[in-house]
Design a protein around this ligand. Structure first.
Ligand SMILES: O=C(O)c1cc(=O)[nH]c(=O)n1[C@@H]1O[C@H](COP(=O)(O)O)[C@@H](O)[C@H]1O
Length: 283
């Protein structure tokens, strides 16, 4: 992959297209709502329609791998086409796979998603640090050397997330905060933005985490279907956090199947976000 870092590429994409990540989550209920069969042909129509409609306008698309894996090899083949189509239309692709394993297995996941010649190569992936932050090293290293990114789950949007993530170590620091601090260490000194992101749900309590030193993107899922609003983004992330990347899946996708309606939903979401997070504005 060409010389620019992921941090540079993301900064350029957000500045050109605005601060929004749209998830491609082909839920069976959404396929039905679009009048499609819940089988691989419906998956293909849904995923390619959404990608074709949005990849030319949204900074980041985030396909959720599980919804493709559910259909086996044929579903993965559709995911490969989504990745190629999105890349062709200029969107960055954050493949949501939430991988995390012992270092040697993590190296295999790295080869699957972050190598230039991998059929499922993406611009970035989501990873879980809960086998120890150090176990992510193969992915962090490979991302850095190939101009790709890694988004590390810190404080997730689901109600159960706090059980582990809010527990405190002997130093009194929460598990989620220690993940954020490790990410900040990886990104220290990077310009204009580091390659390692954190994932912090827009649904979490304001003030739970100190994010000012992250120096990388903060992916904020949970808008819409999980109850968070644009106003919650301001409450949770404040004015001081750079590079918040709000993410929405069902709340955009439910407007399909027409490409125009999908794009209007994106436009409406983007407008509400630009006024809430002016520091992310493209102008
Ligand atoms: O890593 C993620 O993207 C993620 C992290 C998190 O804390 N919460 C969360 O909802 N997600 C993903 O973001 C998407 C949210 O979808 P919607 O609730 O439909 O917008 C799903 O694909 C989730 O797997």
């Amino acid at each position: 992959m060409a010389g620019r870092s992921f941090g540079e590429r993301l900064t350029a994409a957000v500045s050109a297209r605005g601060p929004l990540c749209v998830g491609i989550d082909p839920h069976p209920a959404l396929l039905e709502a679009w009048g499609l069969p819940v089988d691989v042909s419906g998956l293909e129509r849904f995923a390619l329609t959404a990608t074709e409609a949005l990849a030319g306008t949204v900074a980041v698309l985030k396909p959720q791998s599980a919804f493709f894996e559910a259909y086996g090899a044929a579903g993965i083949a559709v995911l490969e086409r989504v990745l190629a189509m999105a890349r062709q239309a200029g969107a960055l692709v954050l493949l949501d796979v939430k991988r995390g394993d012992i270092g040697s297995t993590m190296a295999a996941y790295t080869a699957a998603y972050l190598a230039d010649d991998a059929p499922l190569a993406a611009d970035a992936i989501t990873v879980s640090p809960y086998l120890g932050f150090g176990s992510l090293e193969p992915a962090l290293k490979q991302a850095r050397s190939t101009g790709r990114g890694v988004f590390v789950l810190a404080r997730t949007s689901n109600p159960e997330g706090g059980t582990v993530q809010c527990s405190r170590g002997a130093d009194g620091v929460t598990v989620a905060q220690s993940v954020v601090d490790s990410v900040a260490e990886c990104n220290r000194g990077a310009e204009p933005l580091g390659d390692v992101g954190v994932v912090v749900g827009a649904t979490v309590k304001p003030g739970e985490l100190r994010l000012d030193a992250v120096n990388g993107p903060v992916l904020a899922p949970g808008l819409g279907a999980q109850g968070a609003t644009a106003e919650d983004l301001r409450r949770v992330f404040g004015e001081g956090v750079r590079a918040v990347l709000p993410s929405s899946s069902r709340d955009i996708l439910r407007h399909g199947p027409t490409p125009e309606a999908l794009r209007s939903a994106v436009e409406a979401a983007r407008e509400s976000l630009v006024s809430i997070l002016p520091q992310m504005s493209s102008s």
